[in-house]
Write a protein that binds this ligand. Structure first.
Ligand code: GUN
Length: 315
């Protein structure tokens, strides 16, 4: 990644005043490093134990964003040498049939991880489906059993996006112990679990955590106090440069499609006004190429872990 142990570059304007320009925390590069480590591990497990991590991704319907996410997950699994299955189901599949499908994969010894791409069609009770996954194969870590274990500081699997954020903080050399962490957003997928993880004892944690949400009275009051600001608000460029404490580390979880290029590629922007923020922060994740690639990598890491647990591999 870009100078993980290097101080941020310093620039000065003509009057001699310092212009900050943040170090980029390049998730895409960190993800590449971790995937190389995982690939070696998968190879070793195959040679030594004759097993390979198995991942099924289940896609219901034809939502283009979901299709693209699932494709990326399958590609990552394939590149790492997993046994991987893409299971596409029609948008009108019944809840009962989907539950039966999950039951089939719960019992399949070749499958270590089950991922159901969200959102699901309205006629299906999402919670009922997620709760049907064997917690030992719940590589998204969305099952209440895994959420509960995370809360008490004994996780088997970490939820993927928060795990990716924590890994980026650790690998960029960001001091978290005693840091004021402010999380903007309270979703079950990012805001709540990252808040819990940052307040636990352990590496990349031990922080004092504040969570802001849509009913917070003065969001800027909180963001301006943050040594580490984690934004998962789901609103394009919600956090402005002057909401950020000079020298803070900013993690932007936002993935907002703001248009398409002439050749149909998605144009993405984060939840932080990047151009302003980079002049104030000491380090910041770009969008794209920041948190996003880490999420899939952590899914792969969870699947390797599941494979080791299922095959009693203790290394
Ligand atoms: N849809 C958006 N994010 C996620 C995720 O992390 N996991 C799953 N399964 N679906 C999603």
């Amino acid at each position: 990644m870009d100078g993980g142990d290097m101080p941020p570059r310093r620039f000065f304007c003509r009057k001699g005043e310092e212009i900050m320009s943040a170090k980029l925390i390049k998730g895409a590069e960190v993800a590449k490093e971790i995937r190389a480590e995982l690939k070696e591990e998968v190879q070793r497990i195959k040679e030594k134990y004759g097993v390979e991590p198995g991942l099924v991704t289940i896609l219901v319907g034809e939502n283009p964003a979901s299709q693209s996410y699932v494709r990326a997950k399958q590609k990552a699994a394939h590149d790492l040498g997993f046994y991987s299955v893409q299971d596409n189901q029609p948008a009108d599949i019944s809840e009962e049939a989907l539950l039966a499908l999950i039951d089939k994969y719960n019992k399949d010894p070749k499958i270590d991880g089950i991922l159901i791409q969200l959102p699901l069609p309205k006629h299906i009770n999402e919670n009922k489906v997620l709760y049907a996954i064997d917690p030992g194969k719940d590589v998204d870590a969305f099952h209440p059993f895994n959420v509960g274990k995370l809360m008490i500081g004994q996780p088997d699997y970490l939820p993927c996006t928060p795990a990716g954020i924590q890994e980026l903080l650790i690998r960029s050399g960001t001091e978290t112990s005693g840091a004021e962490v402010v999380v903007v957003g309270r979703s079950n997928i990012v805001g709540k679990p990252i808040a819990v993880m940052m307040m636990q004892k352990g590496p990349g944690a031990n922080a004092t955590v504040t969570v802001c949400h849509t009913r917070t009275k003065d969001v800027q009051f909180h963001t301006k106090r943050a040594d580490i600001l984690i934004v998962a608000a789901g609103v394009t460029e919600y956090v402005k440069g002057d909401w950020i404490k000079p020298g803070a580390v900013v993690i932007d979880v936002g993935v907002n499609e703001v248009g398409r290029t002439a050749d149909g590629k998605r144009i993405l922007k984060g939840d932080v006004a990047f151009d302003e923020a980079k002049e104030v922060a000491s380090a910041i994740t770009p969008v794209p190429g920041g948190v996003g690639p880490m999420t899939i990598t952590m899914l792969m890491k969870n699947t390797v872990r599941a494979c080791k647990v299922h095959n009693n591999i203790k290394e």
